[in-house]
Design a protein around this ligand. Sequence first.
Ligand SMILES: *[C@@H]1O[C@H](CO)[C@@H](O)[C@H](O)[C@H]1NC(C)=O
Ligand SMILES: *[C@@H]1O[C@H](CO)[C@@H](O)[C@H](O)[C@H]1NC(C)=O
Ligand SMILES: *[C@@H]1O[C@H](CO)[C@@H](O)[C@H](O)[C@H]1NC(C)=O
Ligand SMILES: *[C@@H]1O[C@H](CO)[C@@H](O)[C@H](O)[C@H]1NC(C)=O
Length: 451
Amino acid sequence: MGSAEEEYYPRKQANNTNNNMKHKLQILIAVIFTNLLTIYIFNGPSLNVKNHFSSYTNQLSSLPLWAASSNSLSQELNSTRELLLSSQSVIAQLNEKLNSTNFLVQALLDELARKNERLSSDQLWESIYERPGNSEVKVAIGPHKLPLGNFPMTGSNRLLPSFGAGCLRLQEELARYMTYDIGGECPVDDVFAQNLMLKGCEPLPRRRCHPKAPSGYKEPIPFPDSLWSTPPDTSIIWDPYTCKSYNCLIDRKKMPGSYDCKDCFDLEGREKTRWLYDNGGLDYGIDQVLGTKPRGTIRIGLDIGGGSGSFAARMRERNVTIITTSMNFDGPFNSFIASRGLIPIHVSVSQRLPFFENTLDIVHSMHVLSNWIPDAMLELILYDIYRVLRPGGLFWLDHFFCVGPQLNGTYIPLIDRIGFMKRRWNVGLKLDRGADKNELYFSALLEKPMT
Ligand SMILES: *[C@@H]1O[C@H](CO)[C@@H](O)[C@H](O)[C@H]1NC(C)=O
Ligand SMILES: *[C@@H]1O[C@H](CO)[C@@H](O)[C@H](O)[C@H]1NC(C)=O
Ligand SMILES: *[C@@H]1O[C@H](CO)[C@@H](O)[C@H](O)[C@H]1NC(C)=O
Ligand SMILES: *[C@@H]1O[C@H](CO)[C@@H](O)[C@H](O)[C@H]1NC(C)=O
């Protein structure tokens, strides 16, 4: 258990057992020390302390009460002083040995304490459930006994719901999230729930309540018209958003202020032409990219952080099925994508991709993967993309933003290290929003090797 993970767990329970055990161990160690000391005194390798001490006592006792001469007294004193000096050095050496033993024992103790903590994970769980009002937490994240006995695949008699480890360090928030009327209507808490996800509580635990339904929901716009139609305002609940209509979201591109994917809701604007034209630079065209592979072999894929879903829409028109991951930052992106007849999944970039290895023909990501992501995390994401791509699959890294030295210093070596082949590579200055000369984009068409 790493130190970061340790702070995820409540330690109260574990500490009690630890202290108890620590106390017992300390007594044991005191006994060991006493014995060590005795053994050392009687069998010390270089200096026989016992003899020194006994001859010292002998000499003291043979010391005349009234010294015959100051000379013999001085000799006696001299030899006594020597004895004392050598005893002192023996004691110093002993001290040192004990000190190093002490360190070993302390390390041992720490290790034992950690083992002990690991063993009491059931107690840790219980300490979460036992919080007042946490009965739904227990239902949602606790282990459940299998009614038909052991599960043959795991040999376990329990089934454990999965949820983000970060939930455990957010116990107040988790308790709030899990407070609702069972069988009733869930609280409208989309923003709160999404923030929990972003803090590592991803996936969220399941709940036994019904999401509030939009009033006045109508059947969706039929496909294929749905691909490029703005859905009716009645199709969603606007509660968490500053905008209360799609027109408001569309108009947002004209307003000051920064929003995630500011112009994405306007299907008549920039969305309409994205990926249709290849400018030979940073902007690749979908047809040009698909043209790098035999016709029809790019069939299924993923768009990471796909905004309002236009990439999936354009691919759908080419008979390619794309799943779009999107968070609802500042807007109902997931609902919007679904209204277009495309598949949204609500996951952050932190989560392992829910696809098996060597399965997808293409992964695309625009603007999302960039230098805001910590290097270690980005490396894991890129390995994950490599994992889910089939051999010969394409990774279209679209407009990755970074500053000059990071390109050669960090990102090119990283991409090479993962093992992608570069089919196409373009670097350009960031021209939007009046950027300085050091700010760059690169676009890349990468391919997972066939072997
Ligand atoms: C005691 O030791 C000191 C210094 O080591 C020496 O000068 C002195 O002669 C010694 N005295 C006797 C009586 O040995
Ligand atoms: C024991 O070791 C610690 C750490 O190395 C040191 O700070 C301390 O002074 C040592 N004590 C003795 C008595 O040697
Ligand atoms: C997509 O598939 C349909 C049905 O198989 C076919 O008629 C159409 O031509 C295909 N479109 C493209 C762009 O390949
Ligand atoms: C990166 O290195 C290449 C050659 O290896 C060089 O041409 C290019 O200017 C470098 N780019 C930056 C931003 O340093």
